[in-house]
Design a protein around this ligand. Sequence first.
Ligand code: SAM
Ligand code: SF4
Length: 426
Amino acid sequence: MAYYHIWTIGCQMNQADSEQLAADLERLGYQPTQEIDNADLIVVNSCMVRQSAENRVLGKLDSLKELKRLSPDTVVALAGCMVDSDTDRLRRRFPHVDLFLKPGQFNELLDLAKTRASEVSNSFALAPLSPTAFVTIIEGCDNFCSYCIVPYRRGREKSRSIGEVRRQVESLTERGVKEITLLGQNVDSYGHDLPNKPGLADLLQELNSVAGLARIRFLTSHPKDMSHKLIQAVASLEKVCEHISLPVQAGDDRILEAMGRGYTVQFYRALVERIRLAIPNVALATDVIVGFPGETQEQFRQTIDLLSDLKFDTVHVAAYSPRPGTTAARRFKDDIPLSEKRRRLQEVEELQGNIASEINALLLGHDVEVLVEGKKKGKWYGRTRTDKLVFFQDNADCLGQLVNIEVKKTSPWALQGSPKRSVSKV
Ligand code: SAM
Ligand code: SF4
């Protein structure tokens, strides 16, 4: 028996790539292992969107040096955004790594895995999957926000056809998946490169009719590309969840311009108003970068004011980290001290903790529909359509079920409740 171990860090696209690679390796007869010393193939699926992520990848690679020395036949692959075209440089830097694979490009590894597989299975029975799965619908990004390395590492936008996505979703639902999240760095620009230029709304319409599928989500939206048709699709299609991730990044127009985001604060506020009008119970998530070069106290206040006014359900906040080769790293001095970046980050987190606490408290005593994803410390957990994490206890096997939960306790991060009745076994 041959074993593989995949270590993943970074965005959902990386997770989706790792899930796809795992399925391909299992088709070749490989089994997953948590014990890295037992693995025949080790894949480090890397991220370098911030220095902190890059440091963790470097630490992981470092820890594999000794393993490779003691077990030279183990194949070690570095995949993901740390891999650029300069493989000679990578080889010099990481001599104990055998393969360097650009994001999502695993063919070289799969070819090698085929030659080493002890028992390539022709009648491979695919194991049931988790009730939720990621499906990448558009690769790459054309936006080149000044701070971001993604377009340099993941290339230009490339959409998959509606038919291809539908076939993948159907095969996932046949294996027990109830909820899919459609992924793209800029998911709203889906389809512009395909014949007849279908949009994300058309894809949602198509997938809404897939039998056995209960919920559809999509990530990540770009404010400048969110169309009226898409908002209407979320409002009207019953399987599409009322949950939109709409990164604003900053609350000041000068900073937004320096970031190259392509919208103003006023445009963003108006967009949120339109979304909330069309989809009354919508949950909104956003991303914010603090300490962008030159960000004054006053400009940071604008971000705080925006977050206080719009009251998002979730805010992902990051301290600006200069990334090699990006416009911001070349043009602007990283002039906000780390201690000040940390202070701003903490202020956003504290504010958001209070806001999320208020929003979630409104659910006390109400029923929410939860798709059960698993069990942790004796409690079932899952998410509402609005992406709230919910824990509850039940002796029945609830995995993969839609369960109605009465909310008994809330916090900024999760809800606790008790089951009322099973809504349906989809
Ligand atoms: N495409 C999405 C968008 O338009 O916001 C997000 C993709 S990006 C890979 C994920 C998040 O990482 C961004 O929303 C941003 O907040 C953060 N990020 C990207 N580059 C960064 C940098 N250089 N420093 C700090 N945070 C960064
Ligand atoms: Fe990066 Fe901007 Fe593309 Fe998002 S839209 S992946 S932040 S370049």
